[in-house]
Design a protein around this ligand. Sequence first.
Ligand code: HSE
Length: 310
Amino acid sequence: MDSRSIWVRVPGTSANCGPGFDSIGLACTVYNDLQLRLTTEPGCQITIKGAGAQNIPVDERNIVWRAVQYLLKQAHMEKKYPGAVIHMENQVPLSRGLGSSATAIVAGLKAANILLDNRFSRRELLQFATDIEGHPDNVAPAIYGGFTVSTVTRGEVECFTFIPKLRLKLVVAVPDFPLSTRKAREVLPEKVSLKDAINNIGRAGMLVAALCKGNEKFLKNVFEDALHQPYRAPLIPGMYDVFAAARKAGALGASLSGAGPCLIAYTLQRHHVEEAVGKAMQECFLRHGVKSDIMILDLDTRGAHILNDK
Ligand code: HSE
């Protein structure tokens, strides 16, 4: 018999957060919803509404379907359920640096796991998701919510999750062009200098410590990065000027969101500067010939979860 159907909601994510390349990430309040039903008939039927609907494959290449199959295989249930009915309702912009592929992977794993009566723990889902995505910094916050710091040691992923003591607003400028993560990783160097590595280690540590302790004075320079942003800057016209505009308008700092092209500025809620920061970022991008939309988001603290009322 076919299984029941389930809805899950998964937050979009912003990876790196400046100095934490492939390690630090956060979940934000923009979501993709997935309805999944496993079937005993082979083949998958996929329908998609919302962000990027025209550009997401609805065949065997679909990432949600691949993640569902991955989980079924881990549970040795792929023969029992050779097919699925998948419906996606997406808000997370596609190929913009807000973790759209991670949300798809996590949604597929989470929904299939629930339909198998939560056979795997969240920790195991994190390992599967990291194995599929190749790095943990988007999938970890998509699963757990909040900020996450992840390490991968000889293939084994570990993740520390925390909610900062400071109330942040996240201002995201979403350019009107996509950038594939593959392309944005191709421009990175094989080796980096010791000086650049030291700069990032210090900032990443200070970023996490300052957020955990709620000490905003240490956040002044921590969003800077020497490991990936300088190499990606040519792919995003005006990137450093937009960072400067965000800071001038009152942001604590700004960084490339994941592999870009979205830029994210971090502001304190009690400063009430998020609208002004968004406007400054948008205008600055436009001076460089880039049209963008502004999203003003909060930190998602829940991560992937079942939607009972949909
Ligand atoms: N850490 C990754 C990167 C995130 O910057 O390439 C994008 O998926």
